[in-house]
Every structure is written in structure tokens, then in C-alpha cells.
Design a protein. Structure first.
Length: 159
């Protein structure tokens, strides 16, 4: 019987989120991809991702879809920091651009997103993804629309 390529991977239901950073439970998608919110403040967010076999493409390097996910997600977080503990703000992505600049096959990726501007309902963020050595491997920009009630820094109650 061939070895299981996922044998060393963690249980997707294992808790890994920091409730002080994000008051809501991780989504099923977040648990599958396993990115973590490492830093969050007004207009900036940082995600980290420990690369696992599930993140790699047929060539053995991180799949472009994983990088696009990090860019999309960190950009959304960059514009939705909430000033009221226990509340949240949400967005939907209107557009996303990605550029792939390098490769990674192991270690921890770090995605940095910064809100660059916008108005009451729509904002824009620029995002960069770095490999474990600090090399820029992907970048992109996203345009996001706030969900109802999320236009205000106070957000809405989690529920």
C-alpha cells in the first residue's frame, strides 16, 4: 500500500485561531487552507501559512490558487479591522489581481495587506506574499465592498 501523502498533516478541526485577533470561528475553508491571522490593526493585516503537501502543485511548489487566496483574504482583513471587541466587519471581493514572482515549497508564508484608500462602501488594498526567507513571491491588489453594517469601524455583533 502506498504511503498516505497527508499523513503528517494536522487535523483540520484542530483549533488554531487566536480569538483575540478574530472574534469569529474560522470558516471551513480557513481550516482547510490553514492560514492564520497573525497581526491585525487599522488598515493592515498579516496572515501566515505553514506550507503542507496539500498546498503544493504537481511541480512541488505552492499552488497559485493558494497564493491568490492569501492575497484576497489578507486584503479583505486589511480593510475590516473592528474597533469594538466581539464585533466584526465583513466584505465581498469585487476584483482581484495577482502576479506570481517566485516559488516556495516549504516553510511559512507571510502575507501582508494594506488598505490603500476608498470610500464609505468600497476600499482597495495592496498585498504581498513572502516566503520563509523574506523573498517576495506574489503580489496583488483587491477591491472590496463592505457588507451591510460593516462600513462603520464599530462593525456588527458576531452571531
Amino acid at each position: 500500500m502506498p504511503p498516505n501523502p497527508h499523513a503528517e498533516e494536522p487535523n483540520d478541526l484542530e483549533p488554531f485561531a487566536d480569538p483575540l485577533l478574530a472574534p469569529e470561528q474560522p470558516s471551513a475553508f480557513q481550516r482547510t487552507i490553514r492560514y492564520r491571522l497573525a497581526e491585525w490593526k487599522p488598515d493592515e493585516a498579516v496572515l501566515v501559512l505553514d506550507l503542507l503537501p496539500r498546498h503544493l502543485n504537481r511541480g512541488g511548489v505552492v499552488h497559485g490558487g493558494v497564493l491568490a487566496t492569501l492575497i484576497d483574504t489578507v486584503g479583505g482583513f486589511a480593510g475590516t479591522f473592528c474597533t469594538v471587541p466581539g464585533n466584526k466587519r465583513g466584505t465581498v471581493t469585487l476584483s482581484l489581481t495577482t502576479s506570481f514572482l517566485g516559488q516556495a515549497s516549504g516553510g511559512t508564508l507571510r502575507a501582508v495587506g494594506r488598505r490603500r484608500g476608498g470610500g464609505r462602501k468600497i476600499f482597495m488594498a495592496s498585498c504581498e506574499v513572502f516566503d520563509a526567507e523574506g523573498n517576495l513571491i506574489a503580489m496583488g491588489e483587491g477591491t472590496y465592498r463592505y457588507r451591510s453594517g460593516s462600513e462603520n469601524p464599530e462593525g456588527v455583533p458576531v452571531g
